[in-house]
Structures are given as C-alpha cells and as structure tokens.
Ligand binder design. Structure first.
Ligand SMILES: [Zn+2]
Length: 79
C-alpha cells in the first residue's frame, strides 16, 4: 500500500489573485464591499460580517479585513 500523496494546492496568494480577478468583473459587488468594510476609530472593520462571532460588535477583525483587501485588489484590476 502506498502513502497517499498530498494533492497539489494553489497557494493562498494565488487563490486571492484568482478571486480578485473574478470579482473585478462585478463592480457592484466590490463597490458594496468597499462601502461596508470600512475602518472603525479603533482600526477594526465596521462590517457586521467581520464583527465578533455571535455578537456582531465591530471591534474584532483588524482593518483592512480579507474582504476589503480582495475588494481593493478587484478595484485595481478593474481600472
Ligand atoms: Zn470587513
């Protein structure tokens, strides 16, 4: 019996770029993400989705969060 080989996986950077490229073709979506995922005074993301799980309070995920980062990348690709 042979050892199962690790399937080749794209690195997270490749996934990020592929998703940003996909998102760049959907301006209403990345514009909405940029409007919702804004920093709070404490430097966290204000979007409810990035709030503390079970509470929704905004001071949880440092800004820019992953959603904002990929939306910014999509906006750059759209230009
Ligand atoms: Zn966010």
């Amino acid at each position: 019996m042979t050892e199962p080989t690790e399937p080749s996986r794209p690195d997270s950077g490749a996934i990020f770029r592929a998703f940003a490229a996909l998102l760049s073709g959907d301006p209403p979506t990345w514009r909405r993400l940029i409007q919702e995922h804004v920093p709070t005074e404490s430097g966290h993301c204000a979007a409810p989705l990035c709030g503390r799980p079970g509470y929704g309070t905004p001071d949880y995920v440092p800004h820019p969060c992953g959603a904002r980062a990929v939306a910014d990348a999509a906006r750059e690709l759209h230009r």
